[in-house]
Design a protein around this ligand. Structure first.
Ligand code: 2M8
Length: 409
């Protein structure tokens, strides 16, 4: 659809701040980690050098311990809270103190495959950085091969019902008064509740006050949850990183051992009570009992065979537009509230990559068409109501435009 193509390219151009894109003006005026990777794939459709620049700007914020932050605050903008002063990041650029789903290696590989000669120097420079970042996950987020988060924002699925039980155990004491900015851009009932924000800020305070001392956070924070988004994207990313190393003539057995550990660790996320992958609270040993869109990333990680197929077909059959971020059959499902129900186009893309690779080409293609329909219906919104495709959250959204250009269109 040429009109949508033009609009999508215009959104990328409008959100371009020179070397990096913002997810959308106003609501998110900084560079976000996984948003930038999707943005790069959108740019790659018409401007490959700009795609590489996006990734390189992201890695310019990498910390000495290997962590690649979830937000880089290139230019302070009061339209977003919490900003750099609240985070107190200790890296080379003003940044947050946590990371985000490590999808970069996978899509760096895809950029490289588009044009190997043009990509070679970029890949050579990025491979050691990717190795350092992936090692950081093992050092500080690994639990028996499953990858944990120290903050919900690290998964990118900020207010999924997966956090409801761990959050109920947190008393957010001693947080300063604060004023949210998100609800001045987006309707309150499409965003997390104040209850969640209090806990988000309490966890940021623990990190900031320790100067992001990961050993302290790992032992002292009340929140440590193993998560399918992180475990599955890192497993997949390591396979792609290994392929990049091999292409550069630098085979790396450390990565092979990570792959083995993550494949075994994925099993800890299998909840036999619901027959699905979900989150595992390391502090209590309890599963979340939530089937989310991240549960369906098992194919993307190449684990579990077709264990999720029954749930996949049931859930896609229950909504007009899928994949909802929470199973509509779950009591906490809210079709318009952010990560508690709405459809996220870029998650669909990741799910479809996995489906196609697992031999489910028809389902992958149906998901692509369904995603194209939801974008044609609701525009380039941040997320969509699974019932009617109506837009929710931010508008003119970078990753929705990029997902359109690189996959859905
Ligand atoms: C959302 O998260 C930020 C915090 O990181 C927020 O709500 O303030 C999430 O959807 C996350 O996955 C995404 O990367 C970010 C920017 O689009 O927004």
């Amino acid at each position: 659809m040429p009109d949508l193509d033009t609009r999508a390219r215009a959104i990328l151009a409008r959100n371009d701040r020179g070397g990096y894109t913002v997810p959308t003006a106003g609501l998110y005026p900084y560079q976000w980690n996984w948003d930038s990777v999707f943005a790069a794939m959108g740019f790659a459709e018409h401007d490959l050098p700009r795609a590489w620049a996006e990734i390189e700007t992201l890695f310019s914020g990498q910390w000495a311990n290997g962590m690649v932050p979830h937000i880089l605050f290139h230019k302070v903008d009061p339209s977003y809270f919490p900003g750099p002063d609240v985070w107190g990041g200790t890296g080379p650029l003003p940044s947050s103190g946590i990371s985000q789903p490590p999808i970069a290696a996978t899509f760096i590989r895809a950029l490289y495959e588009r044009d190997r000669p043009a990509g070679e120097a970029h890949v050579r420079a990025l491979v050691p950085k990717l190795c350092d970042w992936h090692r950081w996950f093992f050092d500080w987020r690994g639990e028996d091969g499953a990858i944990c988060v120290s903050h919900p924002w690290e998964t990118g699925r900020d207010n999924t019902p997966d956090w409801d039980a761990p959050f109920a155990a947190i008393q957010p004491e001693g947080i300063d008064d604060y004023a949210r900015r998100d609800t001045s851009h987006v309707a309150e009932d499409e965003r997390p509740r104040s209850y969640d924000y209090d806990r988000y800020l309490y966890l940021v305070k623990i990190g900031r006050e320790s100067r992001w001392d990961e050993a302290h956070i790992k032992s002292a924070s009340p929140f440590r949850v193993a998560d399918p988004t992180m475990t599955f994207t890192l497993l997949r990313a390591n396979r792609d990183l290994l392929a990049l190393c091999q292409a550069m003539g630098e085979p790396n057995c450390e990565i092979e051992s990570w792959i083995t550990a993550l494949a075994a660790g994925s099993e800890h996320l299998w909840n036999p009570d619901i027959g699905s992958y979900d989150c595992l609270d390391i502090r209590t040993g309890r599963h979340s009992g939530v089937i989310s869109n991240a549960s369906h990333l098992a194919w993307y990680a190449g684990v579990g065979g077709d264990r999720m197929l029954g749930h996949y077909d049931r859930i896609m059959g229950a909504v007009r537009f899928g994949m909802p971020s929470t199973d509509p059959g779950h009591h906490a499902y809210e079709p318009r509230r952010y990560w508690r129900g709405p459809v996220w186009a870029m998650m669909n893309w990741l799910i479809a990559i996995g489906l196609a690779e697992a031999g489910h080409a028809a389902r992958a293609e149906a998901l692509r068409r369904n995603t194209a329909d939801v974008i044609a219906t609701g525009g380039f919104a941040e997320y969509f109501d699974p019932r009617d495709g109506s837009p929710a959250g931010g508008r003119d959204f970078t990753w929705t435009a990029a997902t359109w250009l690189a996959w859905a269109s």
